[in-house]
Design a protein around this ligand. Structure first.
Ligand code: IPE
Ligand code: IPE
Ligand code: MG
Length: 262
């Protein structure tokens, strides 16, 4: 079972204007960024690493607690072999270069996804980084690599079935959520997709049920602290209702406020 004392975000209503605790990003548009500059697609991936670094820093400065980045989907194996292999090398090189700094900054690093298709060398670097940073609590950085939302739900279902006593019938949301690969985190409050497409592309399917969605045309290598602030400001202007009416949400917020000031 997960150690999460988290209430599902489908139950708890965060205050309007609060900083999102968990931001999940589909970092898209690297190829187009490069193409516009008559550069090979992979040059866009290299530049994308700078945006990753800057986004981690900006999120930490703004009080975000969890940042989850989609780096490689289970469908991205369909790309040309040389692009896939460049991405793998870039992942290893960037991780090796950055891991000490992540650790110094109190960042807990995790990878979610099906690692079984990765080279042993890459898996080793990932595991070492996870072990090194396992005690850190200041910030949670999660990279989704060879990740697919459907894969995640299926592996969770398989585990739930395998661990059930014979004859038990009901599968609860909590039991399933506890087996998902992000069982350590609250559900994302804010989802951002750069690069102009407006789709989920098999990212965190289960957890995005009530996440606020923000789509921007900015290409990932151009995504900076200003672009992040626009996304956060858009989030802060929204009222999350989780099925309730607006009146219910505002009177609950008013009551909570009165209690705090009593
Ligand atoms: C996102 O950028 C990075 C990965 C999927 C690894 P893309 O490579 O998809 O860039 P576009 O969408 O082709 O511009
Ligand atoms: C989604 O981007 C996956 C990542 C950013 C890692 P894609 O560029 O692969 O998504 P589609 O294929 O356009 O939906
Ligand atoms: Mg793309």
């Amino acid at each position: 079972m997960a150690d999460s004392g988290f209430t599902s975000s489908t139950q708890a209503v965060p205050a309007v204007g609060a900083v999102p605790r968990h931001i999940a990003i589909i970092m898209d548009g690297n190829g187009r960024w490069a193409k516009k500059r008559f550069m090979p697609r992979v040059a866009g991936h290299s530049r994308g690493v700078d945006s990753v670094r800057a986004t981690i820093r900006s999120c930490m400065e703004r009080g975000v607690e969890y940042l989850t980045l989609f780096a490689f989907s289970s469908e991205n194996w369909r790309r040309p072999a040389d692009e896939v292999s460049f991405l793998m090398q870039l992942f290893i090189k960037s991780l090796q270069k950055e891991v000490a700094r992540l650790h110094q900054n109190g960042i807990r690093f995790r990878v979610i996804g099906d690692l079984s298709r990765f080279d042993a060398g890459l898996v080793e670097v990932i595991k070492a980084a996870e072990v090194l940073t396992a005690g850190n609590t200041r910030f949670n950085l999660t990279i989704a690599a060879n990740y697919g939302g459907r894969w995640d739900i299926l592996q969770a279902v398989s585990r739930v079935i395998a661990s059930r006593p014979p004859g038990s019938s009901e599968v609860t949301e909590a039991a399933l959520a506890a087996e998902l690969s992000m069982n350590f985190a609250p559900e994302p409050d804010l989802f951002i997709r750069t690069g102009g497409e407006q789709r989920i592309s098999n990212f965190l399917l289960w957890q995005l049920a009530y996440t606020e969605l923000h789509f921007t045309d900015t290409l990932w290598p151009d995504f900076d602290s200003k672009a992040l602030d626009l996304a956060i400001a858009s989030y802060q202007g929204r009222e999350r209702r989780f099925g309730r009416t607006s009146d219910q949400v505002s009177s609950a917020a008013g009551a909570a406020n009165a209690e705090r000031h009593a």
